[in-house]
Write a protein that binds this ligand. Sequence first.
Ligand SMILES: Nc1ncnc2c1ncn2[C@@H]1O[C@H](COP(=O)(O)OP(=O)(O)O)[C@@H](O)[C@H]1O
Ligand SMILES: [Mg+2]
Length: 221
Amino acid sequence: MEICKLEHIHKDYRMGEIVTPLKDISLTVNQGDFIAVEGPSGIGKSTLLYVMGTLLQSDEGTYTYGGKDVSKFSDSEKSEFRAKKIGFLFQDSTMIQALTLRENLIFTQGVGAKKDLKKVDELLYQFGLEDRADFFPHQLSGGQRRRAMAARCLIHEPELILADEPTNDLDEHWSEEIIRILKEQAEKGTAVVMVTHNARWASMATRRLRLEDGILTDITE
Ligand SMILES: Nc1ncnc2c1ncn2[C@@H]1O[C@H](COP(=O)(O)OP(=O)(O)O)[C@@H](O)[C@H]1O
Ligand SMILES: [Mg+2]
């Protein structure tokens, strides 16, 4: 089943010189897809995820999610959409500094949503953070924080996970573990779009795409 669809998406940045990270992007993401997006640094991979996460509006083209044109959503509809449907695992993701790790996860389950404390504990355990539950974000190491972000990205059972170089700051063991967990999520029906530089992690995906010159090329072997 289709989750979302990009059709002829074009995005420029106009800050002095014009940069065109996305020239003509078309991509359909289905339930259960595990897509790796590769490409050189500075080429536009993060920009693509921002558009898919509705954090950035494209200049041209259409982005539909669940068959609906996302550009027609109001700002509050977009926030609600993001909070419910999308799991963000970004470089610059942050947690709420005044809340402990456990409280951050509970918060992300959604204001007014039924709190599933068992799931919070399960995820903390899965990411090796059970003894860090009551720590504040600043008390975590870089790698622990990234694992915490991964746990937070899954806590509300998103339909679409957008992961931007999710293994940064992680050692071999946890890199492998994060990729395994993302793959497992996809097998359960979640759609995962992951940006990575690493050919080994990309080869775990079901579809491999390369972004260059503003277009996506399918390089699945
Ligand atoms: N907000 C912005 N304003 C202007 N230029 C930007 C902005 N964000 C990114 N860029 C530029 O767009 C290009 C693509 O950036 P990005 O999507 O972050 O690439 P990648 O994730 O592949 O490294 C880069 O040249 C970057 O400097
Ligand atoms: Mg990037």
